[in-house]
Design a protein around this ligand. Structure first.
Ligand code: 5GP
Ligand code: ZN
Length: 120
């Protein structure tokens, strides 16, 4: 179901422009508006799920399609050789800002440590 006040639902609906790099019947991949790496693509399910937890539990097959699209984009962007990072920020501690599930596909340069600080 589409959520009218959701930014990424509006991108899916074509109401807000985005640089789309791949589209499947159920997923969309587009460049992040504020890239944090030479390659920074967001991969989303077209259907609205607030985060990866509700997506993974609500529709595991669709979650798998998001991963398959991310892998295809990684290949298209030439990331398979040197590697990349695939990340789902979730909730307040995860730093999530847009509450429509999305994978960040990051690559094109060494990405450094997994976290800016060691919190353990
Ligand atoms: P989050 O912090 O929720 O994991 O990531 C949200 C991401 O969406 C951020 O990296 C931000 O730059 C990106 N973003 C926010 N608004 C837009 C937009 O209108 N278009 C695109 N392409 N990306 C956006
Ligand atoms: Zn949405």
């Amino acid at each position: 179901m589409s959520t009218p006040d959701c930014l990424f639902c509006r991108i899916v609906a074509g109401e807000i422009p985005a640089t789309v790099v791949r589209e499947t019947p159920t997923t969309l991949a587009f460049r992040d508006i504020s890239p944090k790496a030479p390659v920074h693509v967001l991969v989303i399910p077209k259907e609205h799920y607030a985060d990866v937890a509700t997506l993974g539990q609500g529709d595991p097959a669709l979650a798998g399609e998001v991963l398959a699209t991310a892998a295809a984009v990684a290949e298209d962007e030439g990331l398979l050789g040197d590697g990349f990072r695939l990340m789902f920020n979730t909730g307040a501690y995860g730093g999530q800002e847009v509450f429509h599930a999305h994978a960040h596909l990051l690559g094109g340069a060494p990405l450094g440590p997994m976290l800016a600080r060691d919190l353990a």
